[in-house]
Design a protein around this ligand. Structure first.
Ligand SMILES: O=C(O)c1ccc[n+]([C@@H]2O[C@H](COP(=O)([O-])O)[C@@H](O)[C@H]2O)c1
Ligand SMILES: Cc1cc2nc[nH]c2cc1C
Length: 357
């Protein structure tokens, strides 16, 4: 199956614990951090995963007083040649129409972003048709959609490298305490399943799901299309897998995750497609994993398996399957609360509360 660079995998595994939280290696910083958490007025460990989250945020920001006040969501949009094979319940035009909906402020991502105080921007990574003339859209178009990976590579190596690079720059700009990435692309659950399969060797039967709502026969057809497409190639390096079976929004999001992690930011990972992008980012640069917070477990069938491949334990499980970064937005308040716990909660000494007997 897909070739995994075992040297780099060891590096990645060393950076993560089984729960997906950053492993606390015994350093003076890690000890001081654990002590600070344990001295808060609560039985040790009683804030559960919020304690792990606080520790991860502090470790990524390299401070015992992390800031978690501002967050930006970037939505990457692109079209997929594989949509021509009838693998989605919706027509490909919806990608373009939803970009306009994001710009008009009417999509779920806009509504959630406003409700949790997150900034939102939209990037055209490669939507079919002519370039948009709409104001407010960031144009990083690689091409007007990928080619169908049923019959050949989705994109050239040069297009893949350009998408990763554009993403790296976007992921590192601004001055946000955390960044989240969402996507919009009809048929991109097919792309994410094929890419996930090539990156991990997990069977397509496990990774292929209903996406926007395929019925039983649609699902069988999608599986058959993807089985055939996957059989076109053998083992692939992560970069080749991304070019052969990826999408422009997925490659750009993978680059953005790398850029954000490299600049010391927390990266909030959304659903199934975003997790496929996260997997590509980590396979290409294992150190990216330490910055990732997995927001939720999508209802899309293959998401649990992809999360498992990243040793990731998501914060929420709400049966979402929308994408757009909606799950990441809903998890954002938990990150704020975790940092606030570390910064503002009284210690036993400060509050005059007796510690454990
Ligand atoms: O994020 C998820 O877990 C998720 C699961 C299913 C569908 N989606 C969204 O639905 C679109 C892809 O679905 P499909 O059926 O066209 O492959 C794409 O725009 C995604 O944002 C997203
Ligand atoms: C309407 C619609 C909105 C979406 N948002 C993300 N993926 C989507 C797919 C559809 C079909």
């Amino acid at each position: 199956m897909a070739a995994i660079d075992t040297d780099r995998l060891a590096e990645y595994e060393a950076a993560t614990s089984k729960t997906g939280a950053v492993m606390t290696v015994e350093t003076p910083f890690a000890s001081a951090l654990q002590r600070k958490i344990d001295l808060k007025t609560k039985p040790p460990g009683s804030l559960g995963r919020i304690e792990d989250l606080a520790a991860q945020i502090a470790t990524v920001q390299k401070t015992l007083t992390p800031r978690m006040e501002t967050c930006q969501l970037t939505i990457f949009a692109a079209d997929h040649g594989i949509a021509q094979e009838g693998v989605s319940a919706f027509p490909a035009e919806v990608t373009r129409q939803m970009v306009l909906n994001f710009l008009g402020g009417g999509a779920a991502a806009n509504v959630f972003a406003r409700s949790v105080g997150v900034d939102l921007r939209v990037v055209d990574a490669g939507v079919s048709g002519a370039p948009f003339e709409a104001e407010g859209l960031i144009d990083r178009r690689i091409a007007a959609g990928t080619a169908s990976f049923a019959s050949g590579p989705a994109m050239t190596d040069a297009q893949c490298a350009a998408a990763l690079e554009a993403g790296q720059i976007l992921g590192a700009d601004g001055a946000w305490d955390a960044v989240a990435f969402g996507e919009m692309g009809i048929a991109n659950t097919a792309t994410a399943a094929a890419l996930g399969h090539k990156l991990t060797g997990i069977e397509l039967d496990i990774l292929v799901g209903r996406g926007t709502g395929l019925d039983e026969s649609g699902l069988s057809h999608k599986r058959a299309v993807l089985e055939q497409a996957a059989a076109r190639t053998g083992d692939l390096t992560p970069a080749k897998a991304l070019a052969e079976y990826g999408g422009f929004e997925i490659a750009m999001m993978a680059g953005a995750m790398q850029g954000a992690a490299a600049s010391g930011r927390i990266v909030i990972v959304d659903g199934f497609i975003a997790t496929a992008a996260a997997l590509a980012a980590v396979r290409l640069r294992p150190e990216t994993r330490a910055a990732m917070v997995f927001s939720h477990r999508s209802a899309e069938q293959g998401h649990a398996a992809l999360l498992g491949a990243l040793a990731a334990e998501p914060l929420l499980s709400l049966d979402l399957r929308l994408g757009e970064g909606t799950g990441a937005l809903l998890a954002w308040p938990l990150l704020k609360a975790a940092a606030a716990m570390l910064n503002d909660m009284a210690s036993f000494d400060e509050a005059g509360v007796a510690g454990p007997a």
